[in-house]
Write a protein that binds this ligand. Structure first.
Ligand SMILES: Cc1ncc(COP(=O)(O)O)c(C=O)c1O
Length: 477
């Protein structure tokens, strides 16, 4: 039976009722809200207008090629790209990173067992690239206080199998800019590529340079930087599905372009991972970028940055809570002193209408709370500060979530490499997450589950969460 448009609207509205809000500044991860109704409106209009166009063939849809070249040009100028640079528009930061690693790998066919050197704080998209592309990741610890990559240690990790060195501007987890100058210099001295992951900072940090001239350098102006990723669906405030990958030269890009004429159909010619790709996100990004404009972005960047710094100041007055790192951009990373845990604070904030993201401990790095500030969040930073103080007080009153030792022992005895369905069901039941029928029942409060996961090894966390997503993603009856 088909549904009428009104029935569809009603149904989707009900479904969306359970989603986090994308606008209004209450969701401090995943979404970016400029607070500009006209930017949202033109983005939506153009997204719909171009949704059926296909970026597969630029001669069939030259409008898409023109908009892509324009956006790549704007992005390049923002990050000091040299003459002769080249780029592509991708579907997101992860795709940009996958392509950067692919280009580096295929640019060095002489290296039989390739490696890339990256700080432990580099985004997990590099782990995915390593996994998919058969490039061994060599992780280098960051400074325990600043949470920045340590250039000497990065340089020491480069060997004759290294084909890529990575730095972040800023890192997602701690919001700090790595010292790109010495890292890129070490890469260049070794004759290897250096990728700067500015997925989250690329559209905001350049707009802060006028007011913060001491910002650590991280763009193509730094000698040795060969590629750089920056996402438009983050701080360019465009609809989701748009990132830019830039290379210092067209020759460096060449190795992630792909053509196949070895079949009887059309010659497949791709610059990115997708083949058929909707022109909607690209066109919407073009529209929003030109609507907001450079001055508009500078204002939005300053607004988000000031709110970040205001909240950082407020945190210094909240007992039990502190900054995990000094913020270089518009992200905050907070940690506790042991009187409470970040997971309970996250739940308490959600109950007060704010989503702030819990991040688990990793190695010597403590569990943290992540806050991404959008321009729209800025107007609420006083309220966030007050609610964060109340949430932390509540979390201190209840103390850290107890993690039953027998549960940790039971989970710890599992081998993540061989965790089968039966063992996983047993674990779900132990953790109180089973629905009794091999399915999953997610709890109202996530702190007990997060605290348990936090107590386990990253490998076990991965195995358990893969089991969770596997059970969540099943066809509805
Ligand atoms: C620094 C950094 N790199 C890469 C990514 C991955 O981007 P995406 O989620 O668009 O794939 C993110 C996402 O937050 C990020 O912050």
């Amino acid at each position: 039976m088909s549904l009428t448009p009104d029935e569809i609207r009603t149904h989707l509205e009900a479904l969306r009722g359970r989603d986090l809000p994308t606008h209004g500044g209450h969701t401090l991860a995943y979404v970016y809200d400029s607070g500009l109704a006209s930017a949202d409106a033109i983005g939506r209009e153009v997204l719909a207008a171009f949704s059926s166009t296909n970026g597969l063939d630029p001669t069939a849809f030259p409008s898409l090629l023109a908009m892509e070249n324009d956006l790549v040009g704007i992005a390049g100028r923002l990050v000091d790209a040299p003459d002769g640079f080249a780029g592509v528009v991708t579907s997101g930061g992860t795709e940009s990173i996958l392509l950067a690693v692919l280009a580096a790998r295929d640019g060095r066919p002489d290296v039989a067992a390739p490696r890339m050197v990256l700080p432990t704080t580099a985004h997990a998209a590099f782990h995915k690239a390593a996994h998919w592309l058969g490039v061994e990741p060599v992780f280098v610890d960051v400074d325990p206080v600043t949470k920045r990559a340590v250039p000497e240690a990065m340089a020491a990790a480069i060997d004759d199998r290294t084909l890529l060195v990575v730095a972040s501007a800023p890192s997602y987890a701690h919001g700090v800019i790595d010292p790109v100058e010495p890292i890129a210099a070490a890469a260049s001295a070794a004759g290897v590529r250096c990728h700067v992951d500015a997925c989250i900072g690329g559209w905001v940090l350049p707009h802060l340079r006028a007011t913060e001239p001491d910002q650590l350098p991280w763009t193509f102006a730094v000698p040795g930087v060969t590629s750089l990723s920056l996402d438009l669906h983050k701080y360019a405030y465009t609809p989701k599905g748009v990132s830019v990958l830039l290379h210092a030269s067209a020759a460096l890009r060449r190795t992630h372009l792909f053509a196949s004429a070895r079949w009887p159909g059309y010659t497949m010619l791709n610059t990115t991972a997708q083949s058929t790709k909707s022109g909607g996100p690209l066109a919407a990004a073009w529209a929003v970028v030109h609507h907001i404009g450079a001055e508009g972005y500078a204002g939005l960047a300053r607004t988000a940055r000031e709110a970040t710094l205001d909240l950082a100041t407020a945190v210094s007055g909240i007992p039990g809570l502190s900054l995990a790192a000094e913020p270089d951009s518009t992200l905050l990373s907070l940690t506790t002193d042991g009187s409470c845990d970040v997971f309970t604070i996250s739940d308490e904030m959600l109950a007060r209408g704010w989503y702030i993201q819990p991040q688990m401990r990793f190695g010597d790095l403590p569990a943290t709370l992540h806050l991404t500030f959008s321009a729209a969040t800025a107007t609420a930073s006083d309220r966030i500060g007050r609610d964060l103080a109340d949430s932390t007080a509540a979390a201190r009153a209840s103390g850290p979530v107890p993690v039953p030792a027998e549960l940790v022992a039971a989970a710890g005895s599992l081998d993540p490499a061989t965790l089968d369905d039966a063992a996983f069901d047993g674990l779900l039941a132990l953790a109180g997450l089973g629905d009794g029928a091999g399915g999953l029942a997610l709890p109202e409060r996530m702190a007990p589950l997060n605290a348990l996961l936090d107590a386990l090894s990253p490998e076990l966390r991965e195995a358990i969460l893969l089991g969770v997503i596997d059970r969540l993603a099943r066809p509805s009856a």
